[in-house]
Design a protein around this ligand. Structure first.
Ligand SMILES: [Zn+2]
Length: 247
């Protein structure tokens, strides 16, 4: 007997209309599941046939997503400590079971850095999102002074620092002088986090990644090529709780 796959058919999907789309495209997106982009005015009665035609691909994709999701929802994804390697601080994470339905987070810096999660700890992705919120607050506290110190050290200027927690980029620099940093750089080894900041500051002289830009980065970080290669691989090595926070 064939095992039930557990994916309802037709599967739930999100439909986005796009005026520039010429045909229907299907994507499987971690946060949203199956997403269909359709041309404007598309006749939705055609959808079941399109879904049927790609049934195998959709079922496999959604099953893979489900497997990853349950993997990242395991209780052991919740960390006991969080090492902010970039700034050399280790935080303990204390968990205290509480009533179902909600989770609260609080933290203190003294006497030793400690985060407390209280509530329904079975809601692992929610706990991880709260930890990501803490990380952003901590980054707002420690990264701007670091940017300032590196700006003085290198003589490269900027106007403001913005902290975000995106999934895909470490940082950016706007033509108005805003250095945007991903709070997750705190989870990286210090030289990698420093390179991210130096890289963004170098954009104050050259907005594009041309030869002049690379020379400038190399002047302030002689080891930049090796570090850049490490940085490219670092996203996959971020702790499981951080990745789970995007579910
Ligand atoms: Zn850049």
């Amino acid at each position: 007997m064939k095992k039930e796959k557990g994916i309802p058919w037709p599967p739930p999907c999100r439909i986005k209309e796009n005026a520039r789309a010429k045909r229907v495209t299907l994507r499987i997106v971690p946060e949203a599941g199956l997403v269909l982009t359709v041309p404007r005015g598309f006749d939705r009665r055609c959808l079941p046939r399109i879904l049927d035609r790609h049934r195998r691909w959709i079922e496999e994709g959604l099953a893979g997503l489900e497997a990853r999701r349950s993997h990242l929802s395991r209780p052991d994804v919740l960390p006991e400590r969080i090492d902010l390697q970039a700034v050399g601080t280790v935080w303990t994470v204390a968990t205290l079971p509480g009533p179902p339905g909600s989770v609260e987070i609080s933290w203190r810096h003294r006497p030793e850095p400690r985060i407390r999660l209280y509530g329904d700890l079975s809601q692992v992705p929610l706990c991880c999102r709260l930890l990501r919120r803490w990380l952003r607050e901590e980054a707002k506290r420690v990264l701007p002074p670091w940017v300032d110190a590196l700006s003085r050290e290198t003589g490269l200027s900027y106007a403001t620092v913005r902290i975000a927690t995106q999934k895909t980029r470490w940082g950016s620099y706007s033509s108005r002088g805003t250095v945007s940093l991903n709070a997750a750089i705190l989870l990286l080894p210090r030289p990698l986090a420093r390179l991210v900041i130096v890289h963004e500051l170098c954009h104050s002289r050259h907005l594009r990644h041309d030869g002049a830009f690379r020379n400038l980065v190399a002047r302030h970080e002689p080891d930049c090529r090796r570090l850049d290669a490490q940085l490219n691989r670092a996203a996959d090595r971020l702790p499981a709780w951080y990745r789970a926070s995007f579910w």
